[in-house]
Design a protein. Structure first.
Length: 199
Protein backbone atom coordinates (compact mmCIF):
# COMPACT_ATOMS: atom_id res chain seq x y z
CA UNK A 1 0.00 0.00 0.00
CA UNK A 2 1.33 3.43 -0.91
CA UNK A 3 1.50 6.11 1.79
CA UNK A 4 -0.03 9.43 1.15
CA UNK A 5 2.17 12.43 0.59
CA UNK A 6 1.24 14.08 3.93
CA UNK A 7 2.20 10.89 5.82
CA UNK A 8 5.53 10.74 3.95
CA UNK A 9 6.25 14.34 4.81
CA UNK A 10 5.39 13.75 8.46
CA UNK A 11 7.67 10.72 8.59
CA UNK A 12 10.50 12.63 6.93
CA UNK A 13 10.09 15.48 9.42
CA UNK A 14 10.30 13.03 12.31
CA UNK A 15 13.52 11.52 10.95
CA UNK A 16 15.04 14.99 10.40
CA UNK A 17 14.11 16.00 13.93
CA UNK A 18 15.78 12.91 15.36
CA UNK A 19 18.93 13.52 13.29
CA UNK A 20 18.96 17.18 14.30
CA UNK A 21 18.65 16.22 17.95
CA UNK A 22 21.58 13.80 17.61
CA UNK A 23 23.69 16.40 15.79
CA UNK A 24 22.83 19.07 18.37
CA UNK A 25 23.76 16.71 21.22
CA UNK A 26 27.05 15.92 19.53
CA UNK A 27 27.92 19.60 19.11
CA UNK A 28 27.15 20.49 22.73
CA UNK A 29 29.05 17.51 24.13
CA UNK A 30 32.25 18.77 22.41
CA UNK A 31 32.46 21.77 24.81
CA UNK A 32 34.63 21.17 27.94
CA UNK A 33 35.73 23.22 30.94
CA UNK A 34 38.80 22.35 33.05
CA UNK A 35 39.92 23.94 36.31
CA UNK A 36 43.61 23.18 36.88
CA UNK A 37 45.37 23.60 40.23
CA UNK A 38 49.10 23.02 40.64
CA UNK A 39 51.50 23.73 43.47
CA UNK A 40 55.19 23.58 44.28
CA UNK A 41 55.85 22.65 47.88
CA UNK A 42 59.18 23.31 49.61
CA UNK A 43 60.26 23.10 53.22
CA UNK A 44 61.22 26.21 55.18
CA UNK A 45 64.83 27.13 55.85
CA UNK A 46 65.61 26.51 59.52
CA UNK A 47 68.66 27.94 61.29
CA UNK A 48 69.59 29.64 64.54
CA UNK A 49 72.97 31.24 63.85
CA UNK A 50 75.32 31.72 66.81
CA UNK A 51 78.36 34.02 66.99
CA UNK A 52 80.86 32.79 68.14
CA UNK A 53 79.73 29.65 66.39
CA UNK A 54 80.56 27.14 69.15
CA UNK A 55 81.62 26.76 72.76
CA UNK A 56 81.20 30.31 74.02
CA UNK A 57 82.14 29.32 77.58
CA UNK A 58 85.41 27.71 76.59
CA UNK A 59 87.81 26.17 79.08
CA UNK A 60 88.12 28.14 82.32
CA UNK A 61 91.05 27.37 84.60
CA UNK A 62 92.68 28.98 87.61
CA UNK A 63 89.55 30.80 88.84
CA UNK A 64 90.23 32.37 92.25
CA UNK A 65 87.82 33.69 94.90
CA UNK A 66 86.34 37.03 93.74
CA UNK A 67 87.30 36.08 90.19
CA UNK A 68 84.83 35.83 87.31
CA UNK A 69 84.59 35.16 83.60
CA UNK A 70 82.20 36.87 81.23
CA UNK A 71 81.19 35.71 77.75
CA UNK A 72 78.75 37.12 75.20
CA UNK A 73 76.92 35.50 72.31
CA UNK A 74 74.89 36.76 69.38
CA UNK A 75 71.94 34.74 68.10
CA UNK A 76 69.98 35.35 64.91
CA UNK A 77 66.93 33.61 63.49
CA UNK A 78 68.10 32.77 59.98
CA UNK A 79 65.07 30.57 59.39
CA UNK A 80 62.49 31.29 56.73
CA UNK A 81 59.79 31.26 59.41
CA UNK A 82 59.36 32.59 62.97
CA UNK A 83 60.78 30.22 65.61
CA UNK A 84 60.27 29.59 69.32
CA UNK A 85 63.59 29.83 71.19
CA UNK A 86 64.57 28.49 74.60
CA UNK A 87 67.81 28.55 76.60
CA UNK A 88 68.88 25.24 78.15
CA UNK A 89 71.71 25.75 80.69
CA UNK A 90 73.53 23.01 82.57
CA UNK A 91 76.23 22.96 85.22
CA UNK A 92 77.58 19.88 86.97
CA UNK A 93 80.44 18.98 89.30
CA UNK A 94 83.22 17.03 87.59
CA UNK A 95 85.49 16.83 90.62
CA UNK A 96 84.74 18.19 94.07
CA UNK A 97 81.74 20.32 95.06
CA UNK A 98 82.53 23.72 93.56
CA UNK A 99 79.15 23.92 91.86
CA UNK A 100 77.32 25.03 94.99
CA UNK A 101 79.70 27.98 95.39
CA UNK A 102 79.46 29.53 91.94
CA UNK A 103 77.12 32.31 90.95
CA UNK A 104 76.03 32.26 87.32
CA UNK A 105 74.08 35.03 85.64
CA UNK A 106 72.49 34.82 82.19
CA UNK A 107 71.07 38.08 80.87
CA UNK A 108 69.96 39.64 77.61
CA UNK A 109 72.03 42.71 76.77
CA UNK A 110 72.17 45.46 74.17
CA UNK A 111 73.72 44.84 70.77
CA UNK A 112 77.44 45.11 70.20
CA UNK A 113 79.63 45.17 67.11
CA UNK A 114 81.91 42.36 68.33
CA UNK A 115 80.63 39.86 70.89
CA UNK A 116 84.16 38.45 71.31
CA UNK A 117 85.46 41.83 72.52
CA UNK A 118 85.69 41.47 76.31
CA UNK A 119 85.28 45.22 76.90
CA UNK A 120 82.10 45.41 74.82
CA UNK A 121 80.75 42.29 76.44
CA UNK A 122 81.25 43.39 80.04
CA UNK A 123 80.12 46.95 79.24
CA UNK A 124 76.92 46.06 77.39
CA UNK A 125 73.83 47.33 79.20
CA UNK A 126 70.97 45.08 80.22
CA UNK A 127 67.93 45.34 77.99
CA UNK A 128 65.59 44.69 80.88
CA UNK A 129 64.36 41.55 79.14
CA UNK A 130 65.08 37.90 79.76
CA UNK A 131 67.24 38.13 82.87
CA UNK A 132 66.95 34.47 83.75
CA UNK A 133 69.35 33.95 86.59
CA UNK A 134 70.55 36.77 88.75
CA UNK A 135 72.60 36.29 91.90
CA UNK A 136 71.72 32.63 92.49
CA UNK A 137 74.06 29.72 92.97
CA UNK A 138 75.32 27.51 90.21
CA UNK A 139 73.22 24.68 91.55
CA UNK A 140 70.12 26.67 90.71
CA UNK A 141 71.55 27.56 87.32
CA UNK A 142 72.21 23.93 86.55
CA UNK A 143 68.64 23.04 87.46
CA UNK A 144 67.20 25.45 84.93
CA UNK A 145 65.99 24.09 81.62
CA UNK A 146 64.11 25.42 78.62
CA UNK A 147 63.96 29.04 79.69
CA UNK A 148 61.51 30.60 77.26
CA UNK A 149 63.05 33.34 75.10
CA UNK A 150 59.84 33.89 73.15
CA UNK A 151 59.05 33.70 69.48
CA UNK A 152 61.57 35.33 67.15
CA UNK A 153 60.63 36.75 63.78
CA UNK A 154 62.68 36.07 60.66
CA UNK A 155 66.11 37.79 60.99
CA UNK A 156 65.42 38.76 64.62
CA UNK A 157 68.68 39.05 66.58
CA UNK A 158 69.45 38.91 70.32
CA UNK A 159 72.57 39.22 72.46
CA UNK A 160 73.18 37.36 75.73
CA UNK A 161 75.82 37.59 78.43
CA UNK A 162 76.92 34.79 80.76
CA UNK A 163 78.87 35.65 83.90
CA UNK A 164 80.38 33.00 86.17
CA UNK A 165 81.62 34.28 89.53
CA UNK A 166 83.48 32.55 92.36
CA UNK A 167 82.58 34.70 95.38
CA UNK A 168 85.31 36.05 97.64
CA UNK A 169 83.66 34.37 100.59
CA UNK A 170 84.91 30.99 99.36
CA UNK A 171 87.95 30.41 101.54
CA UNK A 172 87.56 26.74 102.35
CA UNK A 173 90.50 24.82 100.79
CA UNK A 174 88.00 22.04 100.11
CA UNK A 175 87.03 23.92 96.94
CA UNK A 176 90.59 24.25 95.61
CA UNK A 177 91.36 22.36 92.41
CA UNK A 178 87.67 21.53 91.83
CA UNK A 179 86.21 21.29 88.35
CA UNK A 180 82.76 22.17 87.10
CA UNK A 181 81.46 21.41 83.62
CA UNK A 182 78.93 23.82 82.19
CA UNK A 183 76.91 24.13 79.03
CA UNK A 184 74.45 26.54 77.52
CA UNK A 185 72.32 25.44 74.60
CA UNK A 186 69.94 27.63 72.63
CA UNK A 187 67.19 25.62 70.98
CA UNK A 188 64.91 26.81 68.18
CA UNK A 189 61.73 24.98 67.24
CA UNK A 190 58.91 25.70 64.84
CA UNK A 191 55.89 27.39 66.45
CA UNK A 192 53.58 24.84 68.02
CA UNK A 193 50.63 26.18 66.05
CA UNK A 194 52.39 25.38 62.77
CA UNK A 195 51.37 27.05 59.52
CA UNK A 196 47.82 27.88 58.59
CA UNK A 197 46.93 27.73 54.94
CA UNK A 198 43.81 29.59 53.89
CA UNK A 199 41.96 28.88 50.72
Amino acid sequence: MLSSTPKKLAASAAVLAAVSAFVSFGVFSAFTDTKTNTSTVSSAAFALTQTPSTNILGVITGLLPSGSITRCVKLKNDSGIPVDVVADPSLTNTTGTLLGQLTVTLSEVASMSDVTDATQCTGASLTGLNTFVNGVTGTAFGALANQDLGQWAVNETHYFRVKILLPGTVSDPTFANNTVTGGLNFIATQPSSGLTLEK
